[in-house]
Every structure is written in structure tokens, then in C-alpha cells.
Design a binder for this molecule. Sequence first.
Ligand code: HSE
Length: 434
Amino acid sequence: MAQAPQPNSVVRIGILGCGNVGAALVQLIERQAAVITERTGITLQVANVAVRNISRDREVNLADGVLTRDAFAVVNDPNIDVIVEVIGGIEPARELISTALANGKPVITANKELLANVGHDWWAQSDAAGVDLLFEAAVAGGIPLIRALRESLRGEPVTRVMGIVNGTTNFILTKMTEEGADYSAALSEAQRLGFAERDPTADVEGFDAGAKAAIIASIAFGARVVAGDVYHEGISGVTAADISIARRLGYVVKLLAIAEQVGDSPTVAVRVHPAMVPLSHPLASVRDSYNAVFVEGDAVGSLMFYGRGAGGFPTASAVLGDVIDAAVNLRKGTHGTIGSFKRVPVMPIDETSSQYLIGLDVEDKPGVLHAITGVFANHGVSIRAAEQEGIGVDARLVFITHLAREADVQACLSEFKKSPAVKRTSGLLRVIGE
Ligand code: HSE
């Protein structure tokens, strides 16, 4: 294990990756150096930065010998005290983190994909080895959510965590809502402005938010939830018409990650999907690429965390907080403990309940409404509100249900797809927050 440094000692940092976040971290460490030393007695020294391409132009000036192509040499170097992994992706990040932990080095990572898949093994390994594995930046970028869940809310009976944890999709939905843009135009703008990747799948299909939801559920409930347990649905099927109906009814459409405890049982439900949020709910006012997470607990009531969920400096800010924590712990010869994770049932999406908005393009003739409400009745789905938009060939029925089981709603949709009265199902959104 790395040596515990003495007060006023230097803690040597090895940074793996020098993209947006790595470069911002190097600059932030330099900018905050005096304050960090004054408050903690520690001098953070960026000893190595491992990159794929040494000759690339970068926004940071690094002393000779700091840049290296050999990331494995960094995690195996006995003179490096703390490892920061900001490469992203699966390999070599997975093997580098495993090696660093096996070498007894504290690790800071922003890698949600890895944490959502193998985090539980690493957390057990780091607890057993007595080293820190910190990951504030992995969920909601610069927002201090993980530390709040892990430390401040450790004794809180958390019942639900619900958040906008993907900035790209929030930007796209905001454009669709406020400018009436359709999905592909809003996506193109997000790509042009650098919010969305050229291949936007991870963001727009909900994979990124799903990984974050698994980490949130794990920490909030002490439960062993991995990415594969999380139902995820993205925003590529959300239409301008869905958004305008939602708005007319007093809602805004958001991509939500939801992790909740099911009643008094140990079961948790974890999912990501677009949802209609009432305009009065605090999450409804979270615009553009901002993130926000709403936490509900029996004792504390409701809390909301808001801020930048991505970007070099916001993410580096979260990483630096973790680096300082790990450095201070190392100096004291101590470490944080994440604790154990229970194996709990994760409720399949079919068994979850919600209110739903269902849009149906229909034949405008006698008996159609009767046929449709018959289907709802047969599956035990109760209607709270219904209206018809348009007439003749443009007729569209819009229903909002009372609380209904997902499986029952899906059974209704299957029947509607076969029904001659229904030309097409033109929208399905879950309604949240009431
Ligand atoms: N691509 C993510 C987002 C940031 O758009 O929020 C990194 O998780």
C-alpha cells in the first residue's frame, strides 16, 4: 500500500487521460494549489499524465517527463500515491483501475459505465484493502450527489431518487419544448454545439442515464443494482406532438432516471424513461443541459440537487474534491468505507405502476370510443381524463390513466395495435410527480 504522507507533504497524482476532464483537472489543481495546501497541509503534485498521443496539442502545460504513453507504468509506480482515471470506456480503464486497487492505491474515477457493471466488486475490494475508491464525478458531473447520498444521507430512509442525469437529452427536450423543434433538428443542434456525440446512442437511448441510475440505486439503498437491472427507454421516440399535448395539459417531458424503494419491501424499482412532469414540480424547470436530482426520504423530506452534469471544469471540480479527500485520508492513514450492498429483488418494469398518457389516432365514427374504453376496462386500467383532438381523418384520442400496472397498459396497447378502430398509437408517456 502507498505510504501515508506526513503533514505538509506532497501527494503525487497519476492522471490517466487528458481529454476535457483531465486537462481541466490539471488546471484546477494548479489554480487551487495554495488553497489546498493552506487548508489541508497537502501539496498535490501532478506526477504523471498518461495519454494515447503525446504529441497532440493540449490546453495544459506539463513539465518534461510528466506526459507518458504508459498508463500501466503509472498505476504500477510505487511513487504515485493516488490514481485518477478519466479515460472513460471499458478497456484499458477497467484493467488499470483493477491494477491500481490491487496495488493499494486510492482511485478516483468518473467512469459510470464501469462502476455500473463492476463497481460492487471494486467497492468490496477497496473496503477490504483499506483504500479509497471515489466516484463523485460519475453521476451528474459537478453536482455533489454521491457524497450527499453516501455520507450526509447515510442514516436516511431514502424512498425515491428521481433525476435528470443526462444533459444531452435535457438539451434536446428543452429545444423541442421551447422552440417546437422536432427530435432530429434538436439532436442536430445538440451535435453542432458539442453537447451530443456524433454517435448519440448512449445518451439518447438512455444507456448513460441507466448506468447512473444503477449507481444511484446502489448508493441510495445499499443495494446490488447493476446496469443490466435497469429498464431504459430513450427519447428518440418522443415527438413534437407528445410534447405539445403534455404542455397543454400542464406538463413538461423530461428523461428521468428513477430509483425507488417499493413500499416496505426490500424490492427496488430502477428505470429510465421519458416522463411527463407537472410544471409545478421542481424538476420541470431544469432546462438546457443542466442536471438535477430530487431525493425523497422519510425523515428529511424532499431535497433537490442542481447543476452542471457534464463539461470539463464542472466534472473536474467533482474529481478534485475526491482527490483531496483521498489525499487527506492517505495522510491520516485512513480511508472512507462504502459498506456492503444487499442483494435485493429489482422489480421488472412490467410490474411497476404509473399514470400514463396514451394517444391514439382513430377512426372518427360511432362506437370507437366504446371499443377503446372496453379494452381499458378489460385490463383493469382506469381512465382519469380523456379528450378528442381533431375530427374526421385527423381524429386523435388522448387518455390519461389513473395509476396502472405497466403490463396492463402494454396489454391494452397490443390490443389497440390489432384493433380496426385504432389507426395507430401515437404516444405513450408515463406521468410522474403526482
Ligand atoms: N453525456 C452525458 C450527458 C455526460 O449528456 O449528460 C456524461 O455522462
